[in-house]
Design a protein around this ligand. Sequence first.
Ligand code: AMP
Length: 288
Amino acid sequence: MQILQTIKEIRQACATARATAAKPATLGLVPTMGALHEGHLSLIRAAKKQCNIVVATIFVNPTQFGPHEDFSRYPRTFASDCALLEAEGVDILFAPTVEDIYPTGTSRTFIEVPGISDRLDGLSRPGHFRGVATVVAKLFNIVSPDYAYFGQKDAAQVAVLRAMVQNLNFPVNLIVCPTVRDAEGLALSSRNQYLSPEERTQALALSRSLVTATTHATKGLHNAAQLKSAILQDLQSTPALKIDYVEIVDPTTLEPIVDLQTGALIAIAAWIGKTRLIDNALIASSMS
Ligand code: AMP
């Protein structure tokens, strides 16, 4: 695996990889912030199946963190991340510094997806999706992937990036991979490292409430307001959770819906101590 830091190096390496790969060359990009776990590795495996060149990136992107968020304490485990990526057969790891990506200290141009990037996490974390969309657009322009892989775990991010790709005509196919969970149902996240054993147990309330909600929905509870109050009630039985939001929305527009029969995204964000966790469930349309 080549490990590269500068934009010049990665561009050159991608061009060489395309020229020397079996034809047709297909390049898959897996953007991450590192502190890798099985969720990230599932994206790498999906890319390996579909593409003959796989590029992963590790970049803790400052522009997607708010001023009082966890940018400085975000887990950074570069050596073990490299070993994991190498073992998965990643061809190129792009691991730039903040200065490589933002030579002037921050971006002088931003991408906004109005109407989508200010919902769910975008509402709770103003500017978050502006930072995400901007850095992903930069990575697309730097790496020129045919496919890019993202996790359903970050459902609002998927909606923002799908809209960005469509609206700005990026020649890339977004592939969304299912959320990987631990044996007890907790969605894997780099931020789970912040949780004490007791908080980890409390965090299970998120996925548990989504399983219950999905069961209600598939058994015919299609009224979003009723389902939302059932979820809130469920979550409130874990007093350690501070609920940020519970929303039932259209998975593409992130606009609230009233009836789940057309398909829905049930999204939850909650604080456990100092850790903010998100999780979601997709309800398929029951209308044929
Ligand atoms: P991050 O490093 O948290 O920015 O995540 C990088 C990519 O991995 C994003 O597309 C995430 O949605 C995805 N990802 C994170 N956690 C999971 C998970 N538990 N299952 C599937 N994908 C995930």
